[in-house]
Design a protein around this ligand. Structure first.
Ligand SMILES: NC(=O)C1=CN([C@@H]2O[C@H](COP(=O)(O)OP(=O)(O)OC[C@H]3O[C@@H](n4cnc5c(N)ncnc54)[C@H](OP(=O)(O)O)[C@@H]3O)[C@@H](O)[C@H]2O)C=CC1
Ligand SMILES: CC(=O)N[C@@H](CCC(=O)OP(=O)(O)O)C(=O)O
Length: 346
């Protein structure tokens, strides 16, 4: 049977792009037509760069050249797993060619233009697309326009540009959204999110800060990380965000501490999570705090909830390269094109 959708992947020599190549290759409705790297030295069969993909992915990496854009008309889905500014420049060109663009970068995530110079160091040059994109967390979010799962799905289906959430924002938003959706949170107390990420979160290119002997457990970007405003945007309230780098390869464990309103019972909190996620095959409610390896190489978000008096702690674990990037992008496409939500992911 011929796959219905042809796919290009840009950034396929990077960590999340390579995961996308693997997932698209096993997707029954997608055909991986071309995969691009940026550097000439990466123009090789993908399994030469990532040997674990041998016999899983059969694609030759090509060096990206702008002239290739002339051949984009007729490509159904283009995944961009690129630096933010590269996505910002290329996405509108693919959109103009009629492709559905799924962008894993932050180029189209933030609604407030002013946050780009502050948190990303560049001025946004395509604000028109910020108004016409769907921020594709394929689950209910307690923010205007996304307060019902059906609306979130309709938005994904209606838009040509899907902007994928960041990795920490995925973990934190899924942890806190049910409390907000059900109006259980005491919003006079700012939630605190302390999250540890493996070093693949920083991407593949070598840097001293992420080399093996340099990393132990390092807090960074305390209260000023670029994901703080994305999490606040998702939840509709301020948060305190403390990211940390851990000496493991993949995964994020986010510990989210907040306060519920007086009189809210543990049973009400549990019921809020069960009703929010009962039909969601990518979320697992756990009886024990999840650790990073429980979700590594899986498309799941594992959540553990503990309530004591008015204190609530939700611990959320994802694989940053999958639920935080590539598998969530496939999930969004599955929702968009009406395929089973976990197609190609399990
Ligand atoms: N790592 C993660 O956990 C997550 C990453 N993301 C986002 O996904 C995107 C990719 O991240 P990640 O996979 O970690 O990155 P990597 O650093 O592993 O890979 C980056 C990719 O982009 C290519 N590239 C670099 N510069 C350019 C450019 N100027 N123009 C076109 N292509 C370029 C690289 O090609 P070459 O190798 O040939 O240089 C490589 O294929 C980023 O926007 C990131 O923020 C999102 C969620 C989680
Ligand atoms: C460990 C590490 O460096 N993590 C990255 C976040 C991961 C990422 O690539 O960010 P997006 O999810 O926004 O694309 C950081 O702190 O900037």
């Amino acid at each position: 049977m011929k796959a219905e959708k042809t796919v290009w992947i840009l950034g396929a020599s990077g960590y999340s792009g390579a995961e996308l190549c693997r997932l698209v290759s096993r997707h029954p409705h997608m055909q991986l037509a071309r995969a691009f790297a940026f550097s000439a030295q990466n123009a090789m069969p993908l399994p030469e760069l990532f040997p674990h993909l041998s016999m899983q992915v059969d694609i030759q990496l090509q060096q990206w050249q702008d002239e290739v854009l002339d051949e984009a008309a007729g490509v159904d889905i283009v995944f961009l797993a690129l630096p933010h500014e590269a996505s910002l420049e290329l996405a509108p060109k693919f959109l103009a060619a009629g492709c559905c663009v799924v962008d894993l970068s932050a180029a189209f995530r933030l609604r407030d233009l002013n946050n780009y110079p502050t948190f990303y160091g560049f001025t946004h040059t395509h604000p028109e697309w910020l108004q016409q994109r769907s921020y594709a967390l394929p689950h209910a979010l307690p923010v205007p326009k996304h307060d019902k799962k059906e609306q979130a799905i309709a938005a994904i289906q209606a838009h040509q540009l899907l902007s994928m959430p960041g990795c920490y924002p995925t973990a934190a938003s899924l942890a806190l959204a049910p409390l907000l959706l059900n109006k259980l949170l005491d919003t006079t107390q700012t939630p605190v999110i302390s999250a540890v990420s493996g070093v693949s979160g920083a991407g593949r290119k070598a840097s001293l800060a992420t080399s093996f002997c340099e990393v132990s457990l390092r807090p960074y970007g305390v209260l000023e990380h670029r994901h703080q405003c994305e999490i606040a945007q998702n939840l509709g309230l301020e948060v305190m965000f403390i990211p940390q780098l851990g000496n493991f390869k993949r995964g994020i464990v986010a510990t989210c501490a907040a306060r519920v309103q007086a009189g809210v019972s543990p049973a009400q909190v549990q019921a809020a999570f069960e009703s929010a996620y009962q039909n969601n095959p990518s979320i697992r409610l756990r009886n024990q705090p999840p650790q990073a390896d429980d979700v590594a190489h899986t498309p799941f978000c594992d959540l553990f909830i503990k309530v004591q008096g008015q204190h609530v702690v939700v611990i959320s674990a994802i694989d940053n390269l999958l639920k935080g990037a590539a598998s969530q992008a496939i999930e969004a496409c599955n929702v968009k094109f009406g395929w089973p939500q976990m197609e190609a992911l399990l």
